[in-house]
Design a protein around this ligand. Sequence first.
Ligand code: ADP
Length: 364
Amino acid sequence: MTDAEESRVVDPESSEEERQVEAALRPRRLADFPGQGRVCDQLGLVIEAARRRGTAPDHVLLSGPPGLGKTTLAMIVAAELDQPMRITSGPAIQHAGDLAAVLSSLAEGEVLFLDEIHRMSRPAEEMLYLAMEDFRVDVIVGKGPGATAIPLELPPFTVVGATTRAGLLPAPLRDRFGFTGHLDFYRTQDLVLILTRNAQLLQIEADAPGIEQIASRSRGTPRIANRLLRRVRDWAQVHGAHVVDLAAAQAALELFDVDALGLDRLDRAVLEALCRRFGGGPVGLSTLAVAVGEEPDTVESVAEPFLVREGFMLRTPRGRAASAAAWSHLGLTPPPGGAAAGGFAAGANGQDVLPLSSDPSRLG
Ligand code: ADP
């Protein structure tokens, strides 16, 4: 994690310390999980049908930006099935042997949660889809020409895979999941429900306008909402306010650089770069990432989904472009011909106007 990320109060990834707080706040049952109505209804049906049949349900793939509840839902799947859950992640499984060790120790019906499943190595992926389909792994014994594959039968189990980048999963692996749920950003009213419950759990006194203000500035992300609630609580405590109210929420969120629409420093840096440096784009992802000093993956999986969903950024075949809303949110005037027209790298505020092709920073 870079310094810039570490200081982001709206970073959707969580720190180690935060994971402990999160664990205490996770809803444990589907009925207690606000938002994601359609995915929850579909998942509830898949689970209930499997329960009635007395079999393991289809494998489940959950995709969506970080902090929206993929891990929480995976835990709920295990709890609703009344089964234990094993947790591992793509980066932890670099060799097929790592995966074979996990798979061969699963009990019948157990849920295997594979976070960041798109980051598994190719040989492990191949082993996984065989195991998911046939409940079998081939254990290789020996090396070189004398190596033999000994098939090992596995008891039925359920994989719950989570990914921020469903598009990176190879088709054969994606096809092994009988159910795929895409989690979308939450509506403010769902975040209000989550925050109200969590304020009670954390014994934070908060009024409705305060909660509403935090919810509406949380980028539609429960993890961020929970974090902002704690920061506003801190602010209220230090300033001798006993209640998390509208004034406390506004003052604290301003202090942490979260703007009225919930955009944080990285979001605004991306939009600023798009508009000021690249004349509204289109510009390639890696060039944009360099301009804001971040990894392309962070820009793509963290900032971009929210900016696209809020209508600030457009994904075009030629790269990322700023919408008219982005220019006006930054208080800038779009170039003639419309924002995202892509014809000119028109600098905002009357800066140089260059044909895009002559701008060397647009490579990539
Ligand atoms: P992901 O795995 O998608 O990154 P998590 O499941 O770890 O997200 O959720 C992050 C935090 O947000 C957790 O503290 C979790 O309790 C909370 N959270 C996510 N979705 C919900 C929800 N629908 N209701 C209540 N809390 C939620």
